[in-house]
Design a protein around this ligand. Structure first.
Ligand SMILES: Nc1nc2c(ncn2[C@@H]2O[C@H](COP(=O)(O)OP(=O)(O)OP(=O)(O)O)[C@@H](O)[C@H]2O)c(=O)[nH]1
Length: 418
């Protein structure tokens, strides 16, 4: 469930992120010639021997507007509205576009729409020694604002170094191309082939636009996020699988323990006895021999069931098992062989010693307080095994000895060797 929510969240983050990167995560810088950072200046060809005249028009607080009287005195007459960066040059590599709402009017030589040139002037100590406007490398794009829908969006990569400037400023090959890292002046100028007369250039709005995070980088980040999440999921999943495995192993061990124990008497069952013997032989080897096997069978147990009921019979079996278990050393094994029959396995015990133990147990049974005031006795058969190979035979002999005890009148111990 949590996983589904996380997946839904991840998909949401991806879509919102892509949309935000496209529409909201943009960097903008208004070029308005206002404030302490931008300084507005008008330049015309009077500095180059011409007589063209530029002046600011329009209301204060309104759009930047320049009126220019072009007079064909200087060879390349022009007027230019410059926005100078007063507090440090602009690194335009952080932007991708310049967006312009521009208006231009005036006579043209070809009767077409009035043209404007947009300049990005870059400072570089290699060629900007005097730091005058003409020493800044101009990179330009020219177009007729009236001939296209507004705003006009120019990619910064469209700007090329002005050829007229390159001719008078020979540069090493490494510097001949556009440079956008230290833009000091952004300007709007009349076209290079301008007709004499009155011209107006109005900048209703201008802004530099860039991405906070480049779309390629952002998408790469999203791919990284998905990969990271997937990796996290795989780690989490493999841990969960290991946890489940651990739990199921401990559950099956618990079940195995249950399967090896007799449910009624809580001592080992036949399978449990055989596993315990295997373990004993594997860990102790021949050290467990001589080993004695004792078969114990409750006497007249059917009568107990018949006279007092099955429940009392069960209680007798439980008490018999507990009494045997409680009166034997830890190393000795007690198991229910079936019905009212039990087996005792005594490592490092010769038959004579086992007979003595069985006798002692027989006396304990005689003094035990049985349910329903019963007196419960048992018949005992003892046999000795001297090696692993002799174990099965010893079991058979002990069983037979126990039957001999039954036939001899019950409530007694008989050794196979007797
Ligand atoms: N209450 C109870 N009775 C059981 C259980 N398992 C076996 N019995 C009963 O134990 C009785 C064993 O009877 P027999 O094999 O005739 O042996 P016995 O009556 O003890 O006679 P001897 O062994 O010859 O002394 C049967 O009646 C079985 O039903 C058990 O788990 N609970």
């Amino acid at each position: 469930m949590v996983l589904r929510w996380l997946l839904a969240l991840l998909i949401l983050v991806t879509f919102v992120g892509l949309y935000a990167n496209e529409h909201w995560m943009t960097r903008r810088l208004a070029l308005d010639g206002l404030g302490p950072t931008q300084h507005l200046e008008l330049v015309d060809d009077s500095g180059s021997g011409g007589t063209s005249k530029a002046r600011l028009v329009g209301k204060p607080g309104g759009p930047l507007a320049m009126q220019c009287e072009i007079r064909p005195v200087y060879q390349w007459p022009f007027c230019e509205l410059q926005i100078e960066m007063k507090e440090g040059d602009l690194d335009l590599r952080r932007f991708s576009h310049i967006r312009l709402w521009l208006h231009a009017e005036g006579p043209t030589l070809d009767k077409g729409a009035a043209q404007v040139r947009v300049f990005l002037r870059n400072f570089n100590p290699v060629y900007s020694k005097a730091a005058e406007a003409e020493d800044l490398k101009p990179q330009e794009v020219g177009f007729a604002p009236g001939a296209q829908p507004q705003p006009v969006e120019l990619r910064l990569s469209q700007f090329v170094v002005s050829s007229w400037w390159a001719q008078t400023h020979p540069l090493p090959v490494s510097l001949v191309g556009p440079e956008l890292d230290r833009i000091r002046i952004i300007s709007f100028s009349t076209s290079g082939q301008v007709a004499p007369g009155t011209h107006v250039i109005r900048v209703d709005r201008a802004e530099l636009v860039g991405d906070w995070v480049a779309p390629e980088t952002f998408r790469l980040g999203l791919v990284g996020l998905w990969m990271f999440s997937l990796l996290g999921y795989l780690v989490w999943e493999s841990r969960a699988v290991r946890g489940r495995l651990r739990r199921s192993v401990s559950r099956s061990r618990a079940l195995e323990k249950l399967a090896l124990r007799d449910a009624l008497t809580q001592v080992a069952n036949r399978e449990g006895l055989s596993r315990a013997l295997e373990l004993l032989i594997r860990s102790q080897g021949e050290l467990i021999f001589p080993l004695s096997v004792v078969f114990v069978d409750a006497d007249h147990f059917k009568d107990i069931n018949d006279r007092h009921g099955h429940d009392v019979g069960d209680q007798v079996l439980q008490l018999l098992a507990q009494t045997l278990r409680a009166n034997l050393p830890r190393d000795d094994l007690v198991a229910r062989w079936g019905g009212e029959e039990f087996v005792l396995v005594m490592p490092q015990t010769p038959a004579a010693e086992a007979v003595a133990v069985a006798e002692r147990l027989r006396h304990v049974l005689a003094h035990t307080a049985w349910p329903a005031g019963l007196s419960v006795t048992a018949s005992w058969g003892v046999a000795q095994a001297d090696s692993e190979a002799a174990l099965e035979e010893a079991m058979r002999e002990a069983d037979q000895a126990m039957y001999r005890a039954k036939h001899a009148g019950r409530d007694q111990v008989i050794s196979a060797s007797a």
